[in-house]
Design a protein around this ligand. Structure first.
Ligand SMILES: [Ca+2]
Ligand SMILES: [Ca+2]
Length: 386
């Protein structure tokens, strides 16, 4: 797991911070790309090219603001060069590909025999497969994906297992019951198997507590016991279940991040779309190659590239020793599809982390302006080892 060299990003990215909600998104159209030219095999080296800044000041697809990495239209304007009707690279004139061809990385290539026009499942070379197997998962004529180990294929999309993404409990069908659920027949936390609570017990934040305690307790309930709720070992109020405060947090009605604590950002996994909002696959020849860029207080770090996957499993520590105050304006997170020529942005969102959310697994969704879900990311902010 590489711990990449830090660098400071310019104004273009920093402006995206501090705009609030977890779903506040800033999405580039498909084909708008960063300057990162790392291919899928160039694992983790995305941030090490000194000439390779991610900021794209004039939005031409070229981070330097100078030469064009895509193609030039009739008026001399620089286009991304990845559309069938405007295909090209390195400032060549844009060309329209033949009707039976498509644009692959700036070059017109013959359309595959299996495609969206004749395959409802997924394409494996020239073969159309049903697309519901973990070994060949996909739909709408996209290339079949082999889902990452322990993932499942649900209606043509690879999905991470419930126990790795669920903050509540996983029921017998593998569905996640949310941590906020008060259903006493399916109670649990952190992806454990759902349990039913005994009679006269209720489910509170994934724990069974007695309904009598819940009704009478001003502090927090540990089973049937009412605690004052002001200790790090039993924290909470209002008759909810007691919480054990994670390392680096202290009890003040809830477990709050200590101001003097230092933190790591753990980027765990994500689920992405196989295609952009227009249905165009991120890569014509297979699943995308995602990596995540995370910016905290103006410093950008990136995960390695997960080749050919819509369920990347990173499990990487991107920052180490970040003070609590540096999270006040949130994180800017962008997931990219690594390409040979120009990477595709799969969506960028500003993500806020509340002071009560440190030390526990988190999940954040990113939607675009049209409310299309672009990605779901699992991360956690963990106290840095001293
Ligand atoms: Ca791509
Ligand atoms: Ca790619």
């Amino acid at each position: 797991m590489p711990l990449l060299a830090r660098r400071t990003v310019g104004l273009g990215l920093s402006l995206g911070l501090g705009l609030g909600l977890g779903a506040g998104c800033f999405t580039e159209p498909a084909g708008e790309t960063s300057g990162a030219t790392d291919g899928p095999n160039d694992t983790g080296a995305t941030e090490d090219d000194s000439s390779d800044e991610t900021v794209d000041p004039d939005n031409t697809g070229d981070p330097s603001g100078g030469g064009c990495m895509g193609c030039l239209d009739a008026a001399g304007g620089c286009l991304a060069g990845d559309l069938d009707q405007a295909c090209g690279a390195f400032a060549a004139a844009c060309v329209a590909c033949d009707p039976d061809a498509f644009c692959d990385e700036g070059q017109c290539a013959p359309a595959p025999l299996c495609n969206a026009g004749n395959c409802d499942g997924c394409c494996d070379g020239d073969d159309c497969l049903v697309g519901t197997e973990v070994t060949a998962c996909g739909e709408d004529g996209l290339q079949c994906s082999a889902c990452a180990s322990s993932s499942t294929c649900n209606e043509g999309s690879c999905e991470l297992p419930c126990d790795s993404t669920c903050d509540g409990c996983c029921d017998a069908s593998g569905d996640c019951i949310d941590l906020d659920s008060t259903d006493a027949t399916a109670c649990g936390s952190q992806g454990e198997t759902c349990q039913g609570c005994d009679a006269d017990f209720a489910c509170s934040r994934g724990s069974c507590i007695s309904t009598a305690c819940q009704a009478d307790c001003d502090g927090c309930c540990d089973g049937a016991i009412c605690n004052t709720g002001d200790s790090d070992a039993a924290c909470g109020g209002g008759g909810l279940s007691c919480q054990v405060c994670p390392m680096g947090t202290s009890c003040a009605d809830a477990c709050i991040a200590n101001e003097d604590a230092l933190w790591q950002v753990h980027v765990l996994s994500a689920t992405t779309n196989a295609a952009d909002a227009g249905g165009v696959p991120w890569d014509p020849s297979g699943p995308p190659d995602p990596y995540a860029e995370v910016t905290v207080a103006g410093v950008l770090e990136a995960t390695s590239v997960a080749n050919n996957s819509t369920t990347p499993l990173w499990g990487e520590v991107l920052f180490d020793g970040i003070p609590t105050a540096d999270f006040a304006e949130g994180l800017l997170i962008e997931i990219w599809d690594a390409d040979t020529l120009l990477d595709d942005s799969m969506g960028q969102c500003s993500v806020m982390i509340e002071t009560t959310e440190f030390g526990v697994p988190l999940q954040r969704e990113c939607t675009d302006d049209g409310d299309n879900l672009q990605w779901t990311l699992q991360l956690s902010i963990e106290v840095a080892p001293t």
